[in-house]
Structure formats: structure tokens, C-alpha cells
Design a protein around this ligand. Structure first.
Ligand code: 8LH
Length: 472
């Protein structure tokens, strides 16, 4: 039986940093067997759930409806009796009990940081963190960052939106805790991308954090300014916020463009700043760091946990959060998980194909589920095609049609007709659908400094209900 420290939530030594040659930040946990890890997770889960029950009116009410009390929690199956929590529910609760909702488990005086979502999928949600939460999440970030190879000698350029994107703050806190140099540059202001290129050229950061879409746009801007992104000298680029780093062709493009390794991380704003998912330096899919955030992968319809090797929706539970813990938060994303051991030896399950994307981003065309990330993998594997693309879905008569708009790379020597043909054939074989391909001149489609939205569903404008839209 693994012994958990008496204290919950755990208090970590803020001065501790392993030697640069050490493989693991927290060898005690990271070298456990899978059975020992399960045991540890269950113990932490029991304590988190007891804490939540004692402090959160929101969860007490939800659990009363299924007759659950913390003493009932003996194993993971008991835990699975608890209802899921949805983003919508959290928003409604915050409207009823502004601003934090009835899930605030600390006093207002104990709040150390306030963050929120940018509200792209509805009314913004507010998150509070205690000072201890901040320290624990910084520790968690540092641990994952260590696993993908970041060291105190690194200089990390944070090229993502600050203000309401929590991912940037987590990255900053993690870099600080790890002892590397942080350059919190941000993104999203007019003219900032050009400035980013100049600063990166000047400062030569060894690591970069942002969204994959933005890294590709930044590289394009650098080339326009006559700078080869390889000259920045970046050795690690780590990402979150959207699929991309887990999409093989995008990963290859980022790596060949910058000359550094591309690392996938990320979960949801409600879970971060804790880093729930993140790859190690072997990059065989994000590890699910179960002792930091307990993650289940659940069948979208039956709502039962799926066995390893199967696809489902990640559902997240904090294990070290005081201020506003999430219990069984339904992500609405899709992934596949495995517990085959990674060469790094860590006992965590993995998402070997990353997170495919939100179920809301999926379009159903003639009965086929199409994720933009699957199209991305095909587009970016074709030489001569640019990085940007759009999926345009429309209804012609009674049939749904999918068009993929792509750009030619401005420096490409390939014939656009041949590239289009190759794209059409590959999409047909990967998606099992005939797709109309439209090749546009380079620079036509809008770029993003944050997360790309690449689906234009004209069926909504045409007044036709997209297939599968009622369940999304
Ligand atoms: C991803 C990924 C990924 C997030 N691969 N899809 O940790 C990132 C946090 C801060 C974030 O992006 O939170 P936000 O804004 O609530 O968005 C969450 C969604 O972003 C999540 O549900 C996914 O659909 C997507 N996402 N990281 C693929 N590595």
C-alpha cells in the first residue's frame, strides 16, 4: 500500500528542483507500478471528495440527488455513481450565485487569483484559486514540463493570449516553479506577431508555448520578414488549446519549420491551470497524469468508462484543488486511451492520438463524422499546400456536401491541380467521403493568434438542421 502524506491537499517543497540529469521530477510517483498508482489515486480521490462534500453546496446538492455520501466511496466503481458536471451547469450556477457560484469552497479573503474563460462557447465562467492551489498547480506544471525536457537553463517564450486564457498563466507559473526563465510575451494584440518575431530573434528563446495554429502563423510572419524560424534556436515547442500538436502532419510541419520538438499538452480551462494531460519527451501521446487530475474516458452514449484501447469522452476530477474543485467534469471532447507503458516508464495511461477535438466541432456529412483534426492531418501531409484550411459544409438539395478550402504555399513549386487531386484522393480514403476541394492563393484565409475555428456550416444559414446536431 502506498502511503499518502497525512496532509491533504499536499504541500510541496517549493525550493526543490531535481538535478538537470534527473529523469523524473517526482520519482516516487513517476516510477510507481500502475497498481500502486491506482491505489494512490483512490486515496487522493477519497480525500478530495470528502473535502468537496464538506465545503461545496453545489456538489452536496448534486450528490444528494443520487443518495451519495463520502463514506460510500470505497472504489472507482462507487465514484462512477456520481453525476457528471457540465460547463452549462457551472455557468447556470454562477448566474444564480454570482460571481463564483455555489462551488466556491474557500472564503473570499482566501482567494489568491481570479481567472475566467473567454466565453467563446457561451457566458464566461469564473474560476478562483487559493494560494495553495496556485502553488500546487505550478508544481504540477513543472513536473510535466520536466518530463518533456524543460530544464532551469531554458528560456521560455509564452506566445499565447494572457488575460482570459488560463493556459498562459499555468505555463508561466510552471516555468517559474521549474526555475527556467519566463518571457510572458502574450499574443492577440494588433501588430504583436511581428513584434514577437523580432523579440524571438533578439532573445533566442529555447522553448515556445502557444497554440499550434499560432506557431504556424508566427513562422509564416517570420519568413515574410526574411527570418528562417530555425534561426530562433528553439528546442522545445509545447502547445495546448486545440488539436494540432497531436496531429501527426501538423507535428511534422512544426518540427521541420522550427527545428525543435513539438509537445502536446492541455485539457480544459475549468481544470487548468493544473496540467492534466501532457506528453513526455518520447511524445507517444499525452500522459494522463492521474495523481494530479483523475481522468476517466467514458462512452459518449452509455456514459460508462470504456476499456483501454477504446474511444470516448475525457471526464476530469481535480485531486488537489481547494477553491473550486471539479468533480467528473464532462469535457465534450473525443479521444482514445491506452495503458500500454511508454518507454519513459511512467505508469500513466496515454492518449496516443491526442484529443481529436470537441464534439461540437465535429460535422456529420452524409452520415460520416468528420473532425477538423482529421482533415488537418491530410492537408498538412501534402507538399505544396499551405497550413491554413477550412471545412465548408452545405446542403445541395437533400444531400450534404463537404468542401475543403486550402491554400497553396507561397513558396511551393507544386502544380495546384496535382495538389488538389492528391488531397481529394487522400480525403476520400481517410474520411470515406467524396469531398470538393478548392485551392486558393496563399494568404487568402484568415489566420489566428489563438485557437482556429475552421468549420463553416452553411446548413445552419440555409435553415437545414445539420445531421447529428441535436445530440452535439
Ligand atoms: C485541445 C487540447 C489539445 C485543449 N488537443 N484539443 O489546457 C488548455 C486549456 C487552458 C484550454 O484550452 O481550455 P479551454 O479554452 O477551456 O478549451 C478547452 C478545449 O480546448 C478542450 O475541451 C479541447 O477541445 C481543446 N483542447 N487542449 C486537442 N492538446
Amino acid at each position: 500500500m502506498v502511503r499518502l502524506p497525512e496532509q491533504w491537499p499536499p504541500v510541496y517543497d517549493r525550493t526543490y528542483v531535481p538535478g538537470p540529469e534527473e529523469r523524473y521530477w517526482n520519482p516516487t510517483v513517476e516510477t510507481m507500478t500502475q497498481e500502486q498508482l491506482q491505489d494512490l489515486v483512490l486515496q487522493k480521490l477519497k480525500r478530495q471528495i470528502r473535502y468537496v462534500y464538506d465545503h461545496s453546496e453545489f456538489y452536496r446538492k448534486k450528490w444528494a440527488a443520487v443518495g451519495f455520501e463520502p463514506g460510500d466511496l470505497k472504489d472507482f466503481e462507487d465514484f462512477e455513481r456520481l453525476p457528471f458536471t457540465t460547463k452549462q451547469e457551472l455557468r447556470e450556477d454562477q448566474m444564480e450565485h454570482p460571481p463564483y457560484g455555489s462551488n466556491l469552497c474557500i472564503s473570499h479573503e482566501e482567494i489568491f487569483h481570479i481567472h475566467g474563460t473567454s466565453g467563446t462557447t457561451g457566458k464566461p465562467t469564473v474560476f478562483a484559486l487559493s494560494r495553495g492551489d496556485w502553488e500546487r498547480m505550478a508544481e504540477a506544471h513543472a513536473r510535466v514540463m520536466w518530463a518533456f525536457g524543460l530544464r532551469p537553463s531554458d528560456k521560455v517564450f509564452i506566445g499565447s493570449v494572457f488575460s482570459l486564457y488560463v493556459g498562459s498563466w499555468g505555463a508561466l507559473a510552471g516555468v517559474e516553479r521549474l526555475g527556467a526563465a519566463a518571457f510572458p510575451f502574450g499574443a492577440g494584440q494588433p501588430g504583436q506577431t511581428e513584434k514577437a518575431v523580432r523579440w524571438m530573434w533578439e532573445v533566442k528563446p529555447s522553448a515556445f508555448y502557444g497554440t499550434p495554429s499560432y506557431a504556424l502563423y508566427l513562422a509564416e510572419k517570420a519568413k515574410e520578414l526574411g527570418i528562417d524560424p530555425r534561426e530562433f534556436g528553439i528546442r522545445i515547442l509545447f502547445f495546448s488549446g486545440e488539436p494540432g500538436a497531436g496531429v501527426p502532419a501538423t507535428r511534422r510541419r512544426i518540427e521541420s519549420t522550427y527545428g525543435g520538438i513539438c509537445v502536446d499538452t492541455g485539457s480544459m480551462a475549468e481544470m487548468t491551470p493544473w496540467m492534466a494531460n501532457g506528453e513526455c519527451q518520447h511524445r507517444q501521446g499525452m500522459h494522463v497524469w492521474q495523481d494530479i487530475v483523475y481522468t476517466e474516458v467514458v462512452h459518449p452514449e452509455t456514459k460508462q468508462r470504456v476499456p483501454y484501447g477504446r474511444e470516448g469522452v475525457p471526464v476530469y476530477t481535480h485531486l488537489e484543488r481547494q477553491a473550486q474543485p471539479m468533480v467528473r467534469l464532462w469535457s465534450g471532447d473525443l479521444t482514445l486511451w491506452t495503458n500500454e507503458l511508454c518507454p519513459c516508464g511512467r505508469p500513466y495511461p496515454r492518449f496516443p492520438k491526442g484529443i481529436y477535438g470537441r464534439v461540437d466541432d465535429m460535422v456529420v456529412v452524409r452520415g460520416v463524422n468528420v473532425y477538423p483534426s482529421a482533415v488537418e492531418d491530410v492537408v498538412r501531409s501534402i507538399p505544396g499546400l499551405g497550413d491554413e484550411f477550412r471545412l465548408v459544409v452545405s446542403r445541395e438539395g437533400i444531400m450534404d456536401e463537404l468542401a475543403v478550402q486550402v491554400e497553396m504555399n507561397t513558396t511551393a513549386h507544386e502544380d495546384p491541380a496535382i495538389a488538389a487531386d492528391s488531397l481529394r484522393q487522400k480525403l476520400k480514403s481517410v474520411l470515406g467521403l467524396s469531398v470538393h476541394v478548392e485551392v486558393l492563393p496563399g494568404g487568402t484565409l484568415e489566420r489566428t493568434e489563438f485557437k482556429a475555428r475552421r468549420v463553416v456550416d452553411k446548413r445552419r444559414m440555409q435553415g437545414a438542421a445539420p445531421e447529428g446536431s441535436s445530440g452535439a
